[in-house]
Design a protein around this ligand. Structure first.
Ligand code: AMP
Length: 188
């Protein structure tokens, strides 16, 4: 069972969080040997569990003013877009290279094998806007760090980063830096 450290502001009961954690499926050796993949599709396919996940994520930054929520391609879109709708904020997609149609800022980052590139539209964040980064899972932090570098090209204010799942043993939090407010629903 995960450690549910950062839910002081949550309106979820401990048994509800247990139910949520219990529905996340560990898939061994996916997408390659040695990786234990956290499969969230059983949460998404159950309306009650999906609602629990969204209530828990919403609770992480419930008391901070947010103008725009940034979601990372592709699972991050699911949670970030629903969160944006529930909070009545704007939604900004950070996409894999070549998918956004207009002018973009681009960031390259290292994966375990090779390199990845992500983009954001140049008009995504207005000066002074308060933005929150949302993704399904924080592992090594490489993806989130690249997304945060994209955000740094704007004159907005980064409120923090919210994750449904944090794999704390991979030290992504350290990689993102102590200045960043990171709040995760389920920490393993
Ligand atoms: P990282 O850049 O290492 O923090 O990896 C984060 C991204 O990869 C997230 O957007 C996740 O969707 C995905 N990811 C990495 N490791 C896992 C895992 N064990 N289970 C599920 N998704 C993962």
């Amino acid at each position: 069972m995960p450690h549910m450290a950062s839910l002081a502001t949550s309106d979820l009961q401990p048994e509800e969080l247990d139910r949520l954690a219990g529905a996340i499926r560990d898939v061994n050796d996916f997408p390659k040997p040695g990786i234990v993949f956290k499969d969230i599709t059983p949460v998404l396919s159950d309306p009650g569990l999906f609602d629990l996940a969204m209530r828990a994520l919403n609770a992480t930054f419930a008391h901070e003013k947010v103008d725009k929520i940034i979601g990372i391609d592709a699972r991050g879109f699911i949670f970030a877009a629903v969160m944006a709708d529930r909070r009545r904020t704007g939604f900004i997609p950070v996409r894999k290279i070549g998918k956004l149609p207009w002018q973009t800022h681009m960031e390259a980052y290292e994966l375990e094998y090779g390199e990845a590139r992500i983009e954001i539209h140049k008009d995504a964040i207005l000066p002074g806007e308060r933005v929150l980064l949302v993704d399904d899972l924080l592992a090594t932090g490489g993806t989130a760090a690249a997304a945060l570098n994209l955000v740094s090209a704007f004159e907005g204010r980064l409120v923090g980063a919210a994750f449904l799942i944090e794999l704390a043993f991979l030290n992504g939090r350290q990689r993102l830096g102590s200045h960043l407010d990171i709040r995760s629903v389920l920490t393993y």
